[in-house]
Design a protein around this ligand. Structure first.
Ligand SMILES: [Zn+2]
Length: 58
């Protein structure tokens, strides 16, 4: 099984870690916060939930 570097999509977590995944898997679950993780590096899938440009910290 291949190992890919993943990054947590939770902006308060942001954990990056290598994850062993199947060939077609583009996502994983964060081991720290349980949120969705995205595969880094060359990837045909573009994140569709990047931080909105108008996002404002409360
Ligand atoms: Zn996380």
């Amino acid at each position: 099984m291949p190992v890919y570097q993943f990054q947590c999509t939770d902006k308060n977590c942001g954990l990056q870690e290598p994850v062993i995944v199947g060939l077609g898997d583009a996502t994983a679950i964060c081991s720290r916060c349980g949120d969705l993780m995205l595969r880094l590096g060359k990837d045909p899938f573009t994140p569709y939930y990047e931080t909105p440009k108008n996002f404002e910290e409360a």
